[in-house]
Design a protein around this ligand. Structure first.
Ligand code: ARG
Length: 401
C-alpha cells in the first residue's frame, strides 16, 4: 500500500532536514518538501532539491510566491497602515499566510493528508501557519515536530542528524535565527537575546551602516494609485521589482533598521532586529500621501483600525472575517490616495521632500497667512465659545461662581 503523504515546509537548514527523517521514522509518511520562494535570495534556494532528495524527501516543490505575496498580502497591509507596536513592519508575519496557503494547495494537489512545519512551540510562526491551514483546509492534519519530539536544542538536532547520516548544512553557523524575504530580514535569538547588546554591524545584509552611508542625500519619488505603489522615480516596474528597487535605494542609505522588544502572541517578550529598507520608504510615503488626501475623521478612524489590522497579521488571523471586513473599509479609504511623494534619504533617515496629488484636500488659499476671501476669521470666535463651553462652565464652578 502506498504511504500517506505529508507536505513539509522545507528550508534545507538543520531543523527541517532533521524533520524529514523524523517524519519518516515517527509517522512513516512519504515526505513532500515545499520551499516557498518569497524572495529570500538565490543563495538559500541553491542546491535545495538535491539536498531535499538526499535527506529523504520524495520530491521538492520550489514555489515562487513572490508576486502573490506582494500583491495580495504586502500591498493590502501597506494600504491598511498596519505596523506592529509602532515599529515592526510585519515582514515575517505577512509571509506566513501565503506560504501556508501554497502548502495547502500542494497538499490538495498531491493528495497529502498532513502538513508539517519547523516552527518552534514558543513562537508566533506556528500560530500563523496553523491558523492558515485550519482556515483553508480544516481536514489536514498538522504536525509540529518541535512540540512533539524530545530534541531540545540545535546540538540535539546535530546529534540526531549525525546518528542517522543526515547531510548537515555546510553553511557557516549563524549566531542568530534569520528569516528573510523580499520585504525584510529578521534576526532573533543567540547573541541578540540580551536586549542590552547591540549586534555587530556585520550582521546586516540589506542596509549599510548609516555612518557609512553616502555624504550626499538622494531623493526618490514614489507614485501611488488608490494606495497601491505603482511607480518609482517615474518608472513603473512590477510589484516585486518595485520593492527590490526600493530595497536597493534605501539600503545604500542605511534606512530601515529596527531594534525592538516586542510582545509575542504566546505571552512572552522577545527581542528582534529587522531590516525593512524598501518597506520603510513605502510605509512613510503612503502615510504622507494619506495626510495629504484623507479627510480628518476618516484618517483618524483609519489609524485606530490600523492597530487592529497589525494585531490580526501578527497573530496569524489573516484568513479571518475581521480582516476581510477591514479590507472593505480600507478599500473605500484608498480611492483618493493617489499621487506622488518625494522622499529625501540621508544617513538612515527619511524625510518628505515633495507632495503632488490630484486628490488632495489641502487648500492653499484656505490655509494661507495671506489675505483671503474664503475664510471668515471672526467665525472662529463663535466656534471657540461653543467648543470651549464645557471647559468654561467647569472653570466657573471651580472658582465657586
Ligand atoms: N518576531 C518576528 C515575528 O514574530 C520575527 C519572527 C522570525 N521568525 C523566525 N522563524 N526566525 O514576526
Amino acid at each position: 500500500m502506498a504511504k500517506e503523504k505529508v507536505v513539509l515546509a522545507y528550508s534545507g537548514g538543520l531543523d527541517t532536514s532533521v524533520i524529514v527523517k523524523w517524519l519518516q521514522e515517527e509517522y512513516d509518511y512519504e515526505i513532500i518538501a515545499m520551499t516557498a520562494d518569497v524572495g529570500q535570495g538565490e543563495l538559500e534556494l541553491e542546491g535545495l532539491e538535491e539536498k531535499a532528495l538526499k535527506t529523504g524527501a520524495s520530491q521538492l516543490f520550489i514555489e515562487d510566491v513572490k508576486e502573490e505575496l506582494v500583491k495580495d498580502f504586502i500591498f493590502p497591509m501597506l494600504r491598511s497602515g498596519a505596523v506592529y507596536e509602532g515599529k515592526y513592519l510585519l515582514g515575517t508575519a505577512i509571509a506566513r499566510p501565503v506560504i501556508g496557503k501554497r502548502m495547502v494547495e500542494i497538499a490538495e494537489e498531491t493528495g497529502a493528508v498532513a502538513i508539517a512545519h519547523g516552527a518552534t512551540g514558543k513562537g508566533n510562526d506556528q500560530v500563523r501557519f496553523e491558523l492558515t491551514v485550519k482556515a483553508l483546509n480544516p481536514y489536514l492534519k498538522i504536525i509540529a515536530p518541535w512540540r512533539e519530539w524530545s530534541l531540545r536544542s540545535r546540538s540535539d538536532c546535530f546529534a540526531y542528524a549525525e546518528e542517522r547520516g543526515i547531510p548537515v548544512p555546510v553553511t557557516a553557523e549563524k549566531p542568530y535565527s534569520i528569516d528573510s524575504n523580499l520585504w525584510h530580514i529578521s534576526y532573533e535569538g543567540g547573541i541578540l537575546e540580551d536586549p542590552d547588546n547591540i549586534p555587530d554591524r556585520s550582521m546586516y545584509r540589506l542596509t549599510v551602516d548609516p555612518e557609512e552611508a553616502p555624504e550626499e542625500a538622494e531623493t526618490v519619488s514614489i507614485t501611488f494609485e488608490k494606495g497601491t505603489p505603482v511607480g518609482v522615480n517615474g518608472q513603473n516596474p512590477g510589484p516585486v521589482e518595485l520593492i527590490m528597487e526600493l530595497n536597493r535605494i534605501a539600503g545604500r542609505h542605511g534606512i530601515g533598521r529596527v531594534d525592538l522588544v516586542e510582545n509575542r502572541l504566546l505571552g512572552m517578550k522577545s527581542r528582534g532586529i529587522y531590516e525593512t529598507p524598501g518597506g520603510t520608504l513605502l510605509t512613510f510615503a503612503h502615510r504622507e500621501l494619506e495626510h495629504y488626501t484623507l479627510d480628518r475623521e476618516l484618517y483618524h478612524y483609519k489609524e485606530q483600525l490600523a492597530l487592529k489590522y497589525a494585531d490580526i497579521i501578527y497573530n496569524g488571523q489573516w484568513y479571518s472575517p475581521l480582516r476581510e471586513a477591514l479590507d472593505g473599509f480600507v478599500d473605500v479609504t484608498q480611492q483618493q490616495v493617489n499621487g506622488t511623494i518625494t522622499l529625501k534619504l540621508y544617513k538612515g533617515n527619511v524625510t518628505v521632500a515633495g507632495r503632488v496629488s490630484p486628490d488632495t484636500l489641502y487648500h492653499q488659499a484656505m490655509v494661507t497667512f495671506e489675505a483671503d476671501e474664503l475664510f471668515e476669521q471672526k467665525d472662529a470666535q463663535g466656534f471657540i465659545n461653543l467648543y470651549g463651553l464645557p471647559l468654561k462652565i467647569r472653570g466657573m464652578l471651580k472658582k465657586g461662581r
